[in-house]
Write a protein of this length. Sequence first.
Lengths: 260, 421
Amino acid sequence: MKWQTVETKKGTRCRVLEGGSGAPVVFLHGAGGLLADNPFLDGLAQRHHVFAPEWPGYGESTGDELLEDMLDFALHGWDLVDALGLRQPHLMGHSMGGMIAAEMACVAPRDLSRLVLVGAAGLWLDEHPIPDIFAMLPHEIAEALFVDPARGAALLTGGADLADIEALKDFYVITQRRLAMAGKILFPIPNRRLSKRLYRLRAETLVVWGAADRLIPPQYAAAWKALIPGARVVTLNGAGHMLPWERPEAFVDAVTAFLA
Amino acid sequence: MKFTWFNLMPWPYLPDDFRERHRSVWVDIPNTLYDPRKGHHVYHTYLDQLEYAESLGFDGIGCNEHHQNGYGLMPSPNLIAATLTRRTSRAAICVIGNSIAGYNPPIRVAEEFAMLDVMSGGRLVAGFPVGTSMDTNFCYGQIPALTRDKYREAHDMIMKAWASEEPFAFDGKYNQLRWVNCWPKPIQKPHPPIYIPGGGSIETWDFCLDYDYNYSYLSFFGYLRGKSLLDGYWERVAKRGKDESPYRAAFAQIICVADTDAQAEELYAEHCLYFFNRCLHVFPPFADPPGYRTMATVKYGALSQLTRARQKILENLTWKQLVDERFVIAGSPETVRQQLEECIKGLHIGHLFCLFHNGNMPDWKTRHSSKLFADKVMPRLRDLWPDYKHDERWWIHPMDDRLRPEERRPGAEKTQAEWPR
C-alpha cells in the first residue's frame, strides 16, 4: 500500500492509503483514525483496489475547518470519491466512518455498490448508552476499544511509551486534533438522526461486529439490521470495537466473502 | 481599587470521603448528595452574606454560573442577581457571567441582563464567559470544536440587540431570528460594563482588547501562579497600543482575615482544605475535551491536565502549602494587606474578586473575615492606583434617582405618587 494526496473540490487536502487491484473499496476510518499498521487493509487489497483516506483533522490531512456538520461530512466523502476518480465503489466504514458511509449511502444511494458497516456509530439506544469517549482517561480508551486492552494500548500508540512525557505529549496533541474533528458529528451523543434516512438505502449491506464490543455493544448490530431490510450481520468472537485490528484475518474473510 | 465580594456558593455537605468515593465534583456528581431542605437554608445564608457585603462597603457583589457542580449552586446566576436588586441599592451586581454559547437563543441573555440592569438602576456588570468545558460541553451539550465560534456569534447578537434601535434580522450559523428587538433595554449606555472571564488563550486577550472589555482571570491558585498569565496579557495590551489602566483586568483571590496569622489557620484551614480537596476534585477529561481549546493553546500548554503530577497536586494539600503558594491569602490584617498589595501591584489589576466564603465555612466565620477585611484591609488598599483614580470605564454607571427597594415594605406608602416623566 502507498500514500497519495488528493485535493477535493471544496479545498481539503487528504492523504489516501491505496493498494491492490480489483473492484474499488473505500474504507473510512473511525474517530481514532488509521493506526501505524493496518494489516486488514493489506488483506483486503489481495482482492480489491483499496482506498483508505485520512479525514481532515487526521494525520497530514487538512481542511478541518471546512467541515462542520453531518451533511458536510457526507458530502466530503463523495468529494473524495470524485477526487479519486472512482465510480460506484464499495463503501466500508468503521465506527465513525460507518456513520459517514451510511450517511453517504442515504444521500446518494445509486452511487455505491455495496455497503459494509463495521461497529458503526450513528444510532442511539437508550437501553444501551454508548460510553462517552470524550470523557475518558487515556488508559480507559484502550479498555473500551479492545478485548485485550494492553495489546490495544500498544496498537493505538504505535508502541510509544506513554510514561515518556514527550511521547505522551505528542500522542495527546494528535488525539486532541482528531477527536475535536470527530466531536462535530459524535458529541455529545453520536446520533444525527441517520435512522430517519436509512429507508433510502439501495445497496446490499453487511454489518460486522465484535462480539465483545464494549464501546458500541452488539445490540447496535441488531438495530442496524432492523433499520436496513435485508442487511446481513456477521459477529466475530474474541473481538471488541477494534475488530479489524483485533481479528484481521477473520474480518477480511467476512468482508471479502460479502463483496465477492 | 474596586473590591467585589464574590460567593461561588459551594455545597457545604460533601462527605469526608468524597474524593475517595466519587470521581468528580462536577458533571456526574451524585445528585443524591444534594438535600433541597438544607439547600433552602444554604441559599438564604449565602444571599444574606452578599447583602451584608454591600453594607460593609464592598464596591460589588458577585455571582457566577455553573451546572451540575458541587461548589456552585447557581445554574442561573440571574435569579440570584434578581434577588439582590431588591435588597441592595449601591453595590455593583457582578454576574460573571452567563455562558452564552449554551443559550438558545442568546437573545435571552440580552433580555435578562437588561432586566437586571433596569431593576438594579444601572448596577449590572455583565460577564460573558465561553463557559468551562464542564458546563458548556458536558452539561449543556455544545460541540467542543464549535463552542468558540458559537460564543462569538452569541456575543454579536447580544451586543447588536442592545445597540440597535429598531428590529433586525439575525442570520447566524447557529441562531436565526427574523425579529430581534430587545425589550427591555439596559439603563447603562452604550451597554453595561462587559467582563470576559478567561484562561490563557491569546484569542481571548485580543477579543477583550478589540472591544475594550475587562479581562478577568478567575483562578483558584493565587497570584504567584497567575502572574505569568497576566504578564502575557499586559504584554499583549502594550503590543496593541492600548493604555495600561489596571481596570482592564480583574483577578479572583481567596482571602481569610483573622486577628493573627495563627488564628487564621485555626479558624479557616479546614474550610479552605474542604474547598481544595473536595470542591476542586474534577475528573480531568471533563476539563479538557478535544476541540474545547484551540490547537495553538493545546500545543502551548499541552497536557498539564493529564500528568499524574498535576492530579497529585490537589491530593495532599496542607494549609502551609495553600498559604505559602498563595492559593489562599490568609492571616492578620497586616499580613493580608501586604500580600494583597503584592498581588495587586504584581498583576497590575484594578478589580479584585474576593472570595471570603470558602468550602463549608460557617456564616459567622465568613462575616468575621469579611468585616475585618472591610475595616482594616480594604481602606489601606483603596488608593493603590492614584494615576487612574477617575477611570470609570470598566465600572457601573447607575442612575442617580434610583429607588432603594430594600427600604420599602409591602403596604408601605409609595415614595413617588406619579410615574417619572
